[in-house]
Ligand binder design. Sequence first.
Ligand code: ADP
Ligand code: MG
Ligand code: MG
Length: 900
Amino acid sequence: MTKFVYALSEGNKDLKDLLGGKGANLAEMHNMGLPVPPSFTITTEACKAYLAEGAEPPEMAAQIDEHVEKIEQEIGKKLGDPNDPLLVSVRSGAKFSMPGMMETVLNIGLNDKSVEGLAAVTGNPRFAYDSYRRLLQMFGKTVLDIDGEKFESVLDEAKDAKGTKNDLDLDVDDLKKIVERFKAIIAEEHDTPFPQEPKEQLLEAVRAVFRSWNSERAVLYRRQERIPTDLGTAVNVCTMVFGNLGQTSGTGVAFTRDPASGHQGVYGDYLQNAQGEDVVAGIRNTMSLADMEGVDKAAYDELMGIMATLEGHYKDLCDIEFTVQDNKLWMLQTRVGKRTAEAAFKIACQLVDEGSISEAEALQRVNGDQLVQLMFPRFDESAPKEKIGKGMNASPGAAVGELCFNSPKAAELAAQGRKVILARRETNPDDLVGMIAAQGILTSRGGKTSHAAVVARGMGKTCVCGAEELLIDVNAETMTLPDGTVMKAGEVVSINGTTGDVFKGEVAVVDPPVVQYFEGTLSESEIEQDELVHAVHRLMTIADKQRALKVRANADTGEDALRARRFGAQGIGLCRTEHMFLGDRRPLVEKLILAETPQEKQAALDALAPKQKGDFVEILEAMDGLPVTIRLLDPPLHEFLPAQSELIAQHAMAQARGMDLKEDQKKIMAAVERMHEQNPMLGLRGVRLGLVIAGLFEMQAQAILEATAERKKAGGDPQPEIMIPLVAAVQELEIMKDAIRKVAVEVSEKTGVDLTQVPIGTMIELPRAAITAGEIAEAAEFFSFGTNDLTQTTWGFSRDDVEGSFFSNYIERGIFGVSPFETLDQGGVGKLVEIAAKSGRETRPGLHLGVCGEHGGDPASVHFFNAIGLDYVSCSPFRVPVARLEAGRASGTEEGSDFR
Ligand code: ADP
Ligand code: MG
Ligand code: MG
């Protein structure tokens, strides 16, 4: 029989796959001897079975009963006992934290009878009915799918009737009436009344939590965070502890370090006489955690002790949920906490300095996505700006956009390419779509632990929250400034998530210090003094020391090459030559294409050659001493000619005026017609051009080799590599290679510099090339995987056509989790790369292997390329630091050495 239910003592923090993060960490805390209410966890396996079959595994219910009985014995109360009932919560908890995305139901076990019992044993009827109305509300919304607004509006009416905004002003009689109305809503909306039987409540709640794995917002969140869709959630059943018993009770959240800066201290919020999510929902103003010391010193001191214990145990920043019931502290949740990119780098180094982790472990605590965030522009301090408010610096960065007060609308505007700042009083999980779409998030309520802050930090999105002077009215779609000015939707604001400042209008941005560091403009002492830059420098140094994979850049100009070099590139993996045929050189290319005689053709080539040579001299000089892989012309030739539609229009216009096209225009038109292709990306391009247009690749090779000779004579150390694109068969490569070798001999003789050793290799970007790589390696002196084309040709779709049209459909249906153009499809395209790498090296031991597709700068893909033993990845200059960092992390064996 499969075991679907685990007691706390049977779990530990490493069982996240099975017990979810929450369940695994509750077990860990229990085993550490911390005060966790008696609980058990239903596995993700049960959830997966439920979602696949539409019903839970038959043995699950009995296993739940068994564990409920154990809790009943432990605490001496029974579920459903009308005199002194055991109450439990039913909570979701997946492997990866998805804050607020799934469901939780509190106070399971209350019914019309036991609510009276609870009132009697606690001597607190208000509390009993408050708990009951919460159960009805959560059960109605979560389990029975009733619109939550229906319940909220009853609560609001009751408060209005009392002339209050504070839920604490509702007395027991108000709450009794609310309970009756909630029951009526359920009976009306759901046909059957609220189930009075606690076991039924429990099972229904468990099923609802299973289903919440597939709720719209959970699906959206997973897509955004790249969390696999098939993990399922575990369900935690925990004995209720009550923060809503009066002023000696309360509930709170805490961080062991500041999740925004990484600094140690007391960070969190506490709310007296409250339950569950009251703290983060912003229904009442919370007190800061530090102030809790004044209201309950003993519980506060114990909490501080536990926080230190947890940090020591997890050796990382932890976040915590706790509840105090009548001055007794209970731990309800902990996890290694989400943090900003800046805090991640700082904390990793702080922990090394505190002696709690090694340098290699520190490297696993940061990742490339976080590094990217540190490289985003900042507001220019000297730029003119009009400050209109200040809130909490909840998630750093600089964001500029037009005000938008509504999440679906924000998504709509962003889809049109507009930049928006989502402004809300506070956010809730339904705002996720708007938060994803927005440049930044601005709220007028809530602190660093509010929903907006937590989710924005997780997404790495700029957020200022709790800017209380700004009156945000989402219904009127206005934001009123302290001086009375009213800003409307569409007006531009700039928000600084690093300081909490809010500005009217657009503020100019500049490079952040981390980019200045990579650019090499900071002095040693400047690096030393900036905690963040210093942390980045330390971790990059560790990564560089540790990694086997080299990192090159894709760069086509001397300028790009220089920047790549400053960013740490160890060469150029892809120097495209197509742009060298555009601009003022286009007429020469036209001449080449239109040439009717060999003489005309040669004349066109001779005119192009010196210009090409100039380009190569510049790049080889910028990358002196490092390899530069130059790809010969790749795109379809018609890309260098005017568009057919344009010519047809010109022709029609000329005819309308009773004229004809000029002679050369006619020629071009004929050529364009002749060269028209149905599927140009699968037509005359790459090596095929070199074979069909005699002299073209030879001219390019000659330009490269002459440039090399020139650099050598100037005392340089040029290291070009000539790369032939789109090869499918070894024969194609052999013919081109012979031709280029001949050119090399000629140029060597002419210049007196030996150029016959310049490597000639190929791209592997067609499935046939990958499959026959063993043969191709007989001619190729290196391989570079063009994973973009290889993805297109393996899947049989063109990126330009599919990404915008049906990819979201495919991702929604789980055909793939992320676009295979962003992260390499390891099972398909990756297999081809692996086959080619292996058979290439069987033919030619030590064959040099690289990647020059965009995947070279994608963290998950970098880890894959490292694992299959490639020599280098090449990516855009700006991504070079990311690839260096991830290559370092990939070579680690520590826990967490995956790309997350
Ligand atoms: P989430 O995953 O969204 O954090 P939780 O399962 O942690 O959801 O629960 C929602 C809220 O209810 C949290 O504030 C949590 O602390 C509280 N809660 C959950 N279980 C209990 C319990 N047994 N007793 C008291 N409060 C609880
Ligand atoms: Mg929680
Ligand atoms: Mg290609």
